[in-house]
Design a protein around this ligand. Structure first.
Ligand code: HEC
Length: 154
């Protein structure tokens, strides 16, 4: 009789444990877990920032060099969005040679993305290059859409 009681008790205990366990591990109910958010919009004050750096041959040349090291593997040497890494990652990137590709974006937005990265563009240059260099990168990105092949400021 004692034995039966003991078995019944342990069965009950196991049942309770399973119940508690199940309720804790229910998907979506774990504490403090938010579903993966869509990318936050770029803050209005960042989008409205004016580009303080004029495109100059020197600035564009410096940006071009950096672009070759840090950006071209995704965005392509020509800015066409067909870099090797972009292909590997199956990224659909804009073709910056198209005059319309970036027409709706402000320099401030481009600067923000170059600085902080966005979505699959991880990292960003914010912690490794100066603001001036990043504005030059914005000028360089814009220059792909210019007819004479990019290098010259208009
Ligand atoms: C790992 C691949 C990758 C690298 C490296 C990368 N980018 Fe991007 N870039 C992206 C992706 C993906 C987007 C689109 C992000 C979004 O809006 O979700 C993007 C967006 C941008 C945009 C906004 C305009 C647009 O086409 O959507 C700019 C400007 C930009 N990148 C500049 C740069 C610069 C400058 C560098 C180098 C310093 C760089 N990127 C490096 C993947 C990359």
């Amino acid at each position: 009789m004692r034995r039966i009681v003991a078995i019944a008790r342990s069965v009950l205990l196991a049942g309770i444990t399973a119940l508690v366990f199940a309720s804790v591990t229910q998907p979506g109910k774990a504490m403090g877990q938010e579903p993966q958010e869509a990318e936050k919009p770029i803050p209005a004050e960042d989008a409205a920032k004016k580009n303080p750096v004029k495109p100059t041959p020197e600035g564009l040349a410096a940006a071009k060099k950096l672009f070759g090291y840090h950006c071209a593997m995704c965005h392509g040497v020509q800015g066409d969005g067909k870099g090797d890494l972009a292909a590997d990652m199956k990224l659909q990137l804009k073709d910056w040679r198209e005059p319309n590709a970036l027409a709706k974006m402000t320099d401030g937005e481009l600067f923000y993305i170059v600085t902080n990265g966005r979505g699959k563009m991880t990292g960003g240059e914010g912690d490794r290059t100066s603001e001036e260099v990043r504005w030059n990168l914005v000028n360089y990105v814009r220059s792909f859409a210019k007819k004479e092949g990019g290098e010259k400021p208009q």
